[in-house]
Design a protein around this ligand. Structure first.
Ligand code: GLU
Length: 283
């Protein structure tokens, strides 16, 4: 990266629980990676059933306690529905409505397949049952899926790629259209009753905020293929990626929001200092 180049990063938590050590690590990596430039905070609250205002307040308090600073006002995805609707409208010619529930998908995949069903970053690979349906036929209970084959054809490429400054930093990570179809499939761009999905919202917002380095856990590495494809389709820049290690508990399991014992505020209540947290995380 050129000397003085802008590095704008973000930490994008969902207010569905208290921040734990894994979040603290992600936030510290994001803020540390913005070395010459800006660290932004974004609240990812599209899942209105699971997000709670008290968890959003707790995010601000915990991050401030960790000595992090970010510009205000903070972008909140629940305020951005019009932007997601516009993006979905642009992608509509490459999409179809889908009424399949998990059980239907399982049944369709089990028929030709024995043993483990094919799965990707979003779970089971959709077998394409509804692929022939027109968008004009979309009902309120349908999700909207992106037809991966049509998407690649529309941009006239047979592979996508991105750079990661941590994982094989001297190489392009590349995925072909055939690999995308087999390993990821037709992903959901609009969830039932939501009007968007994590993938669509994150791509639209990273571009809107001018994020140049997307830092996040390695568990999202395979979702990045979806994001890069969406960036190409929406003619948005592909940022540099930085997929960092995951913080695990003593048994080696990834921390989840329900692990309240690891919540930042529990550790703080037990007398830990921000410096202790940084040391615990090696950050
Ligand atoms: N809201 C997502 C999460 O909490 C952020 C993922 C990302 O950084 O792209 O996992």
């Amino acid at each position: 990266m050129a000397v003085g180049a802008i590095r704008r990063t973000r930490f994008a938590p969902s207010p569905t629980g208290l921040l734990h050590l894994g979040h603290a690590y992600a936030a510290l990596v994001a803020s540390g990676a913005a070395d010459r430039s800006e660290f932004l905070l974004r609240i990812e609250d599209i899942d209105l059933d699971r997000c709670r205002p008290e968890f959003e307040t707790a995010i601000y308090q915990d991050l401030a306690w960790l000595d992090l600073e970010w510009p205000r006002p903070v972008m909140r995805q629940s305020d951005r529905m019009a932007a997601y609707r516009d993006a979905l409208k642009r992608l509509a010619p490459l999409c179809y409505p889908c009424r399949c529930r998990r059980g239907d998908i399982r049944a369709a995949l089990s028929a030709p397949q024995e043993g483990a069903l094919p799965a990707g970053p979003d779970g089971l690979i959709y077998p394409g049952t509804c692929r022939g349906r027109a968008m004009s036929d979309a009902g309120p209970d349908d999700v909207i899926r992106l037809d991966a084959a049509r998407a690649f054809a529309a941009i006239g490429i047979d592979r996508i790629g991105f750079r990661d400054e941590i994982i094989l930093p001297d190489h392009d990570h590349v995925l072909t259209c055939a690999e995308f179809r087999a390993g990821i499939g037709d992903v959901i761009l609009s969830r039932r009753g939501m009007g968007t999905s994590y993938h669509l919202a994150v791509v639209v917002d990273d571009a809107a905020q001018g994020i140049t380095v997307v830092t996040r856990g390695k568990d999202l590495f395979d979702s990045t293929w979806i994001h890069v494809l969406l960036q190409r389709l929406l003619e948005l820049p592909t940022p540099l990626y930085h997929h960092h290690r995951l913080i695990r508990d003593d048994a080696g399991k990834r921390l989840a929001k329900r692990d309240d014992a690891r919540a930042i505020r529990m550790l703080r209540d037990e007398g830990a200092t921000p410096q202790d947290i940084r040391e615990m995380l090696g950050a």
